[in-house]
Design a protein around this ligand. Structure first.
Ligand code: ZN
Ligand code: ZN
Length: 277
């Protein structure tokens, strides 16, 4: 049976609500599903408070994905199976979302100063319920306003590092993200190591208190998967994997259930908060 341990919802930059993700996961016949929104646990808390977590039909694992940066390399850190009401975690994600808030406003200010007709309201209209407004939302607003033809060009022309509307980001250090997940009772996992684009840095990062490596990932080819599997085994870490599904038309996989992992990899992370309904 298939599982997926890396999925985004409208609470970060995904296009489906947690309810829609749950419905899609059931339709795809998934056993375990981890919602791993960027810098927030509001998606799974929303399901919990709506009486949709835990579920008998789908085994939900609380997750989160922190974006860190080391020497210009993107380092994403997944956390699983933690207390979604842990105060320290909530305080830190609140701080991160508040800083994202000011960052996106700084971006629209900068774009306006550059002569582009885009406002905070335009970005908020795109962001909807998302608590972690990011560059992707600004990029989509720029496309919607006809300022650039594609999201890709919004990044390469305006928003990425070195471009005129770039604003630096408040992020956690990898050691802070790992410690934060641990103190909330969770397991930190190094996300998609290939996207770090530096295997020596990956090796150095594994000196931190990680519990797993995301070995199975759409952008890992067979050789990458074998290399990171061997690395996880050498460090005595769990193997995880997931689709990084966003429900975005330009991004693979296009459907939940097209990229999955074996249930046995997800099962050790499953500890439901109370008896199943
Ligand atoms: Zn990531
Ligand atoms: Zn992700």
């Amino acid at each position: 049976m298939p599982s997926d341990m890396h999925v985004h919802t409208t609470f970060s930059d995904g296009r489906l609500t947690p309810e829609e993700i749950v419905a899609a996961a059931k339709a795809a016949g998934l056993t375990y599903l981890a919602i791993t929104d960027h810098d927030t646990v509001d998606g799974i808390r929303h399901l919990y408070e709506a009486g949709l977590y835990p579920l008998k039909t789908l085994r939900l694992i609380p997750g989160i994905e922190f974006s860190c940066e080391v020497d210009g390399h993107d380092v994403h850190i997944l956390g699983y199976d933690f207390d979604i009401y842990n105060q320290e975690l909530i305080d830190k994600v609140t701080e991160l979302s508040e800083s994202r808030w000011t960052r996106f406003a700084q971006m629209t200010d900068k774009l306006q100063a550059l002569g582009y007709d885009i406002t905070e309201t335009d970005v908020l209209a795109i962001a909807g319920t998302s608590r972690s407004i990011g560059r992707a939302h600004v990029a989509r607003a720029l496309v919607k306003k006809g300022i650039v033809p594609t999201v890709h060009e919004a990044f390469t022309e305006l928003l990425e590092y070195g471009r005129p509307a770039y604003i630096p980001h408040f992020r956690l250090l990898p050691e802070e993200a790992v410690a934060l997940i641990r103190q909330a009772g969770g397991v930190p996992v190094l996300a998609h190591p290939k996207l770090v684009r530096d295997d020596e840095l990956v090796e150095r990062l594994l000196a931190l208190d990680f519990g797993g490596i995301e070995v199975y990932y759409p952008q890992h080819d067979a050789a990458d998967t074998a290399r990171y599997k061997a690395l996880a085994e050498r460090h005595g870490m769990r193997l995880t994997g997931g689709s990084d599904f966003h429900a975005l038309p330009h991004r693979e996989p296009k459907e939940l259930g097209l990229f999955t992992i074996d249930d046995t990899l997800a099962a050790p992370f499953f500890h439901p908060p109370e008896a199943l309904e």
